[in-house]
Design a protein around this ligand. Structure first.
Ligand SMILES: [Zn+2]
Length: 442
């Protein structure tokens, strides 16, 4: 190496050293903690979370979103800018229910150190144009209205407050927090709040984990809406009174209690249950524990059975039984143990008692029907496979029992082997074609 060359190397080394000196201090000055954080939202469009990074960006940055009422935290990596970062949740693609509260914080990982910003909360409000929300607190409920509907809203707020107080007394448990009620005027605004998947007949909808009820003033008569609000509020109190991390209480009890609470009676449901009993159509309680039938008749019967069972428990064992059942669920009991805690008798005995009160015996489980052989006519089959295969005019299997030696499985295997052989042939042909090509140049 000549002297000129050596000088060039030294000069290059010097440049590198300067670059390192220049770059390194900036990197060390990089992330110096979080500045201000903020969030805002536009209903139906987006939720936007921002953070200031006064010293620069960390090596790794994430936003942590906790939707209040649901378990778990949503974590998203965020590519920071020079002195700030933002994360946008697309609420058009991933709808969020209005009045959802989102606890948010930022997490930086830099030089092996993890830093968390203080947690703040964004309320995702329905700020669509024209909705000039106003609010008033009535008892345990906060009622929200717009469009000059204050007197109607206050009325339903009072109905809800009364319903909450009655349900708290019956269930022996106080609400864990206030309930929000949003009163919508137009059908479109109401269903726009519920988002996709809302059922058309709904006049009110409850999200117990959000402690929020949405109602539509045009959803029915005043008395229907009063009953509906009472029903929905009871669900929120029941949610609080039975909240536990182990078990979701039986649907028939939850709905039955809500229906019973509408008029503190199940007299309206008795006729329907009686006629179902008369025609042997009653549903087993085990069958309406997780969910209700989808068809209207089945669903109405499920509500009716739930309400009349709750009425029977109250009439036979007293109102205290309801509070005792709720307390057992709150402690993590299963349905059978909770029902026994309130009534003193095993659940199976309670069900028998119920069916006997309608002159019916307990419905028995229906075992699954066997799956018969296919009755689809097969196309003409190759001869000589050694098995008889039904031809296109062959009659469909009359017996649901499997036909011994029908040969369909053997035929399927033969077809599979032929098809597999074809694919192997094609694959070999492709490889041969590739090999016959000239090697790439370069
Ligand atoms: Zn309900």
């Amino acid at each position: 190496m000549g002297s000129l060359a050596r000088h060039r190397v030294l000069a290059l080394a010097g440049v590198i050293a300067v670059v390192v000196l220049v770059v390194h201090p900036v990197a060390a000055l990089g992330f110096s903690g979080f500045g201000a954080t903020s969030a805002d939202s536009t209903y139906g469009a987006q939720l936007r979370f921002t953070v200031q990074l006064p010293g620069g960006a960390p090596e790794k940055l994430e936003v942590l979103l906790r939707f209040i009422g649901s378990d778990g935290t949503f974590v998203a990596p965020v590519q920071p800018g020079a002195s700030s970062a933002e994360y946008v949740w697309d609420a058009a693609a991933q709808p969020v229910t209005p009045n959802t509260k989102i606890a948010y914080r930022w997490r930086a990982t830099d030089g092996g150190t993890v830093t968390l910003s203080p947690e703040k909360t964004l309320v995702y409000d329905d700020d669509r144009p024209g909705l000039d929300w106003q609010a008033a607190r009535i008892g345990d409920t906060t009622v929200h209205w717009y469009g000059g509907k204050e007197s109607e809203a206050r009325h339903f707020g009072q109905v809800s407050a009364n319903a909450a107080a009655a349900a708290e007394k019956l269930l022996g448990h106080k609400l864990a927090g206030p309930i929000d009620i949003f009163v919508y005027v137009s059908r479109d605004e109401f269903f726009g709040a519920l988002g996709p998947g809302a059922r058309e007949w709904t006049g009110a909808a409850t999200f117990p984990e959000l402690r929020t009820i949405f109602m539509w003033l045009g959803g029915g008569s005043a008395s229907y809406l009063e009953r509906t609000m009472t029903h929905e509020v009871t669900h929120v109190v029941f949610h609080d009174a039975t909240a536990n991390p182990y078990h979701v209480p039986a649907t028939w009890f939850n709905e039955g209690l809500a229906v019973w609470s509408e008029q503190h009676s199940a007299a309206d449901q008795e006729g329907q249950v009686r006629s179902a009993a008369g025609s042997g159509r009653l549903l087993a309680f085990e069958g309406i524990t997780d969910s209700f039938p989808i068809d209207d008749v089945g669903a109405r019967l499920a509500y009716g059975e739930g309400a009349t069972m709750v009425a029977m428990i109250i009439d036979t064992y007293g109102r205290g039984a309801i509070a005792a059942i709720a307390a057992a669920w709150r402690d993590g009991a299963g349905d059978d143990a909770a029902l026994q805690a309130g009534t003193g008798i095993p659940a199976a005995q309670l069900y028998d008692k119920y069916f006997a009160s309608f002159g019916a015996s307990a419905p028995t489980a229906v075992s699954p029907a066997p799956i018969p052989d296919s009755n689809v006519a097969l196309p003409p089959q190759p001869k000589g496979s050694g098995n008889e295969v039904p031809g296109p005019t062959g009659s469909p299997a009359a017996s649901p029992a499997p036909q011994p030696g029908a040969g369909v499985d053997d035929l399927a295997l033969l077809v599979a082997i032929v098809v597999a052989g074809l694919f192997v042939g094609i694959a070999v042909a492709v490889v041969m074609a590739r090999r016959s090509q000239p090697p790439p140049t370069g």
